[in-house]
Design a protein around this ligand. Sequence first.
Ligand SMILES: O=C(CO)COP(=O)(O)O
Length: 249
Amino acid sequence: MARKKIIAGNWKMNMTPSEAVKLVETLKPLVANEEVDVVFCVPAIDIIPVVEAAKGTNIQVGAENMYFEEKGAYTGEISPNMLVDAGVKYVVLGHSERRGYFGETNEDVNKKILKAFEHGITPIMCCGETLTQREQGVTMDFIRQQVKVGFQGVTADQAKTAVIAYEPIWAIGTGKTATTEQAQEVCGEIRKCIAEIYDDATAAAIRIQYGGSVNSKTAADLFAQADIDGGLVGGASLKEEFGQIVNYK
Ligand SMILES: O=C(CO)COP(=O)(O)O
């Protein structure tokens, strides 16, 4: 069965709650497309107003992070239950900004992925290499490790529903999109890695996005690649352009 494309916006640390509601109102008619899954991953404080503003539309709401404990003395963190109760369906985990600025390890990401599944939230696990790693030819070794550790203890049935976002760090926020060939090559390798960990059926079901300076000009070519099932979009998800990306065909 063909995989349904999933096109997600990652707002990062942008949009106050009132700005968020305005943006949803603007984008609502533009992102209408039942053929793809449309997800807005928004800052924690925007989740409740965005869920409310998106009611009755095809927009699903995601979080940008989540903690791996159920509750308790973890000042500043957000639990899976809180997200579920607020109406969240997806959570971005292991974004390179969280790994880079906040020290998240593959092991942390793994704990979060397991917790997300336990609560019925679909993880969007990010992976991707730095420019130095690409130049050194260790891109796939690095990503394989991120995927292997990230998915430790995840069952095949869970993995089938997961989303992996391949985001080369050198392409994030730089305006430098990976070429379609580069993006397809790595996404194809990630799918092979899933086949090795699980089996062909799991590899065929899991959705793999590309992220890194995706825009309305590059989306169609990227999303037409055999192993690219959509995108994780930063900057362009905050603009009307996101409507063109969702309706890339
Ligand atoms: O990090 C990204 C999405 O998670 C990509 O961000 P940009 O689309 O702004 O490059």
